[in-house]
Design a binder for this molecule. Sequence first.
Ligand code: SF4
Length: 602
Amino acid sequence: MANGYAGKVLRVNLSKSTIHEESTDPAITRGFLGGRGYAAKLLYDRLPPGVEPLSPDNLLIFSTGPLTGTIIPAAVKFAITALSPLTNMYGFTMSSGFFAPKMKSAGYDHLVFEGRAEKPVYLWINDGAISIRAGQHLWGLTTTAANQILKEELGHETQTAVIGPAGERHVKYSSIIVGNRAGGRCGIGAVMGSKNLKAVAVRGTKEISVSDPPALLDATKEIISTLRTVSPACDLYPKYGTTYFMSSMNSYGVLPVKNYQESGAYEAITKVNEHVFKEYVVKDSACLRCPIVCEKITAVKEGPYGPVHTFGPQYETIWAFSAQCGIDRMDAVIAANALCNDLGLDTVSAGNVIGFSMECAEKGLFHVNGIDLRFGNHEALLPLIRKISYLQDEGALLAQGVKVMAEIIGKGSDKFAIHVKGMELPAYDPRPIPGMALAFSTASRGGCHLRAWTIADELSGKVPIYSTEGRAKLVLGIQNLRTFIDSSGMCLFAMKALPLPQLAKAVNLVTGLNLTPEEALKLGERVYNLERLLLARSGITRDHDVVADRFFVEPVKTGPHAGQKLSKASFEAMKDEYYELRGWDLKSGLPRKEKLYDLGLA
Ligand code: SF4
């Protein structure tokens, strides 16, 4: 077994109820490392063309990286990859906690699910002993209840990845709940539901062999020291998680308000910011061996939304259920987050769908029987989340996401359906920050801020404000870097403090590779190009690399960037520059042959 890897891939055919082991492929780890990269390669090699996301032929891949489960702090990430039912193309969600280290300690780098079980099942991986078990008693339960039963059945040290009623019903933005974390985006929970797979439970105790244990111990001490001294890892994340973005994004003028109609001056910010959030925190929570401790456990003890006890919300979720819907109550936001966690629904897409529905209702285009869909009506949140998750009444339409909703509602609603390639956008208004428009439009899984985040550079004067100058290079560089990080198993939040050479050194000490930082970026570039090839198989071209019309035609109304909007001509020119730098064809937006040869993908 190669250092840094458990050495095995577990293939589970749920239609045939069979299990096979194969070796982790050293040729793939050399080119794509692990995690997001390895999973993309598996999907590229093994998914037949023309497969529907919710058909048994779709693959569902859990994929750890070489750092996962080692002594390196914050190396807990894994990718869950499949064709996404939300975007109808390649998709993945990253999650953390304890699951991935335990999966690897149980002997597996990757799990590949094929087919569909006849009846609900769960997979139990007990340190290398595998069983596909009947799961009817879990079906229909919330994620919290199912997790509790699994722990009672299998032991309290068991780690689980569970879907809720939303995933069972194939809601297109269903999440997978992984301990105190969610794998939220791209609707991968619906793929799990389509396979009748309620949960994966793991227990693992084996050590992961590493190339140079003494040097890795020293490197680990250095990393811990960096994480304890560099912001935001040492101060803001431990104190607030990511919720401090509520105040900072509002004062930067990029916090979207009421379905992106306004931004930058949310009138109720003092009621839904990180300071108010802190009043509801009852406990801090960390992933395995992470000194950052960014997760917060919250409780609403009384009042119309109590009692409720859950993990999170982080920034994106607070925004989704407050400013995005014009709501000013933190207790309602925490209750909405708790309900989404329980029912297995992605909070970012859910908040977007509700905000979009509210705008449609205020424009007289759409209504939901019995619910007052006014911006600001906090009482709409919980009933709508239930209707969506159980596909009740109009909830069945909301369960499709804003792109399909706009296609069905019509009447020009597509102009303010805020998504990229079908995935709803996160909490940043791109009008004053054109780099984020490029980041959203070229992200490899649809509307996503985690593949590249340019806001600090754009608003701090590092690049000229409002201009598209320098954005193509900036976005491309961050995309390649973050792709490497996601393929290594390291948490992106930790990488806000750690420089790339420190991460590359850790990967080398674990695996025995000798990657320079430049080679690490090249690996990230290779994975990003492979992802683009996967998107191309679903018909994605340059024409799909766009953001909503609203950002081009409606200027920001309030706040420090009032009057700003994106220019179509500048946006397209920025894309030209980006494709040129990437070595992609300007017309199709797909990698040129020379680029594929250069990256070993031809
Ligand atoms: S920074 Fe937060 S999400 Fe990342 S590993 Fe640490 S506790 Fe987990």
